[in-house]
Write a protein that binds this ligand. Sequence first.
Ligand code: NAD
Length: 476
Amino acid sequence: MTTSHYIAGRWVEGQGSDCISVNDPALGQPFAELMAASVAQVDQAVTAARDALPAWKNTSASERAAYLRGFAEQLGQRREALITLQMRNNGKPRHEAEIDLDDAIATFGYYAELAEQLPSKNRDVPLAAPGFSARTRLEPVGVVGLIVPWNFPLVTSAWKLAPALAAGCTVVLKPSEVTPLIEQAYGQIADALGLPAGVLNIVNGKAETGAALSNHNGLDKLSFTGSNSVGSQVMRSASAQCRPVTLELGGKSAIVVFDDCDVGQAVEWIVAGITWNAGQMCSATSRLLVQDGIADTLLPRLQAALEQLRVGNPLTEEVDMGPLTSQAQWLKVAGYFATAREEGLQRLAGGKALDRDGWFVSPTLYADVPKDSRLWTEEIFGPVLCARRFATEEQAIAEANDSRFGLVATVCSADPERAERVADALEVGHVWINSVQAVFVETSWGGTKGSGIGRELGPWGLSAYQSVKHVTRCLG
Ligand code: NAD
């Protein structure tokens, strides 16, 4: 049983009613347990954050930047432990766990720099009207609740924590109950750096704990990453209290492959876009649109590439893909395999759970999937790729945009002008041309349509935690 809640600068045991098992998905076995935070403990965490706000928001931007650099450094010092924990609890292959850690480190470093630039953003505003002066102040939004999922625990939390702290907000973070140990590093680092008590609080738990946080009337904003169904509940809580919310939700993203592509290179991009993190990515490019002229060559090579992937336990084997992270996710993906059989889909690869301990499935490809198939329209969150063919650029754009989601897309073409034109026409928040899943902290992250509200990363990620104030003075 681990003590895993960080409230007002102290580690405390959970007093909630839920016992949370922390599992190794490659074995399908628990390796730790913790008690969830109670509703009263969530309240204590919000109160601690509120008490800490006046002093924290008045620290200098350079002081906050120094803490953020400290987070980056201390993450680096915990490198091996954090990589191993992600491999063990998420089932990530080592190289993916390393990328996640490096992403989190880069995020803290980037927002340290942005924090240092803050004073220059508070500036005089030239007015056309005579007799008045005006100036802008960018102020922290206040006390912020941060609720995150399990698929990229270090990264998703860093994308929220770093800009929130840089802006001068105080926070209550609720990690996912599937991966509750990984973000404890952020509390341990806060301790090591002497971050003032209450600036960062961490409460663990399931839906009850999340709801206690998102319903709490002591928050000034809530930033949520997760499923659409929970996102809409979080939005209802925010609307009941008329307060802002950022929502990073699901996706069903397209990868569009034109027939001028190098087939071998396209196959690599397609495989990475659906098998990294075992396909458990909001940004998985799970709808393949392949042009007629290349489809008959590409699909067999894609099938072979998926079948050759090494799937196994990242802690004990050299693997390209690990297990699904939770039993619930494994059952969900298996449910889609059953649906595919009922719908009579043409299966080119996979489509089954692996016959071994743990929550493994094989990388899966269905071809010529009808547009109304549930597998074409719904987010599966596993290594399950559905393919359709297209003839023209217009048809590719129309099919890619025909989704209730709008998170990302990938365009593969040897013609740069066409690739840029298609990228501009896609109704999504982020497009990759001839690359896959490359996320840089300077760019933005977030979706259109059902994929959410607001943006993370870049200067937009900081703005999400800032409120604009103008002071206008009569000079007369
Ligand atoms: P989830 O919605 O089930 O859970 C997300 C978080 O919400 C968890 O911490 C959970 O405990 C909490 N929660 C559950 N019920 C709650 C409630 N009633 N009130 C408040 N909080 C509650 O999502 P998940 O299964 O952890 O993650 C997978 C989903 O996240 C996928 O849909 C994926 O696309 C999405 N996601 C989106 C992004 C993005 O950037 N757009 C990134 C990662 C994951």
